[in-house]
Design a protein around this ligand. Sequence first.
Ligand SMILES: Cc1ncc(COP(=O)(O)O)c(C=O)c1O
Length: 496
Amino acid sequence: MDKKPEMPLVRALRRYEKKHSTRFHMPGHKGRGGFKDLGRLFKKNLFRWDVTELPGLDNLHEPTGVIREAEEKLAMLYGAERSFFLVNGSTSGVLAMMGAALKPGDRVIVPRASHRSVLSGMILTGAKPVYVMPGWHEELGVYTQIIPEVLQKVIKENPDARAIVVANPTYQGFCPDLKEICEIARQNNMLVLADEAHGPHLAFSPHLPATAGDFEVDAWVQSPHKMLSSLTQSAWLHIKGDRIDKERLSSYLGMVTSTSPSYILMASLDWARMLMESCGRYIAEKALNMAEKARKIINGCTGFYCAGEELKGKEGILDIDLSRLMVNVSVAGFTGFEVEYLLRLKYNIYAEYADLCNVYFLITSWNNNRDIRKLTDALKDISKHGLNKNNGSRNAVQKHASIRNMLADLSAVFKNLPKKAIEPREAFDSGGEWVDLRHAAGRIAKKALVPYPPGIPLIMPGEILENEHIVLTESLIRAGCSIQGTDSNNRVYVTV
Ligand SMILES: Cc1ncc(COP(=O)(O)O)c(C=O)c1O
């Protein structure tokens, strides 16, 4: 008998949808797209609107009609001279803005903890990275932001750098002193490219940190699919001033974009822009208010710590996006991984992300008070009863101490940048082989080695693996941390 044809992905999506889980992960619409009717329109017209460049529907690659009109409305809203719709995430925007700004051999100043698209940008352009180490928050076990004095020093040592890439905010919601960074960059004739993937909502409330568009940045990219209502993979890029070559930018965008861009994604961008134009402040502040409510309950009624205002001014953090919840659970003797797992399995609550010390929840206007109540009730329950009811407090204290020791080891190794043997582009072009971590000392990495936490690369492509990196990586693996760049046999990928 013929077997019923299988659709494994569709099966998994159906299963997830049927759970009706409480979503604190991306995308920002939380599966509840029905705000102001577009959800219903999409439901009815998904296939009908899935079209290509027909007469009257313009062309994303050379827009002169309705796409251009929609992009102009977007530029007006964000105070940009020109804005571009993207159908391949902020990733493609980062690649395009780096591609427009940098030529092979140019130096570019980048935070060590940049998103992987920045590394891809360096490989594609052949630019030479100059890494800036962000600050480090010992108790939370997370990196923070670029400290202007550290940047000054790096610029002094690399006066010929062409551009600075900066994230506003980081994944944790930390914003740097962008005004100061832009001033330093201007004085040194450097471009500023802002990765604002997590900040498309910042412009809409005075209670949120400043957006890159408020300062003299040359280009900034945002992912409305993360914090607003557009569909996953849609994003937008803004530019201003005359220091970015617009033709070169358009050509680069053309190279990293499909020639069949989805009209569904573009329509969702137009929709997200319209919503922010008509009620942006309400949308941004509804999320902030719900997050604040959750923060108060978590800090008042659980043993966990939800980071807030008090972090401002510490370790390069000028401001913080409080519509994200970063819940430190290591303070109560849990790992972030344990709490994330328990929330998912026992309470049907999906967080955005977890690391050794923290669990992260993204709150947008598409969440509601019921979601907040479920989350805070679950966290109260976990904090009260532990992972299992036999967990004594001695256990928790010991675990907290061992997490702190490991973080101290990590921050010590991170104090010095590894030695660079070749540039990322050369490492990418070299041959490669997987070798056992134990035998990798002295070898040049071909893939970055990124432990979580802290999410900062221990080694970048082209850098030399030393014994201390290997010892630390082994102890992190033993502690159950995930290390991007190693395989299941604890091997690393190096050049030959
Ligand atoms: C800081 C940062 N920049 C850029 C990106 C890429 O955004 P996208 O997923 O829209 O391509 C991400 C994705 O998570 C990110 O965290």
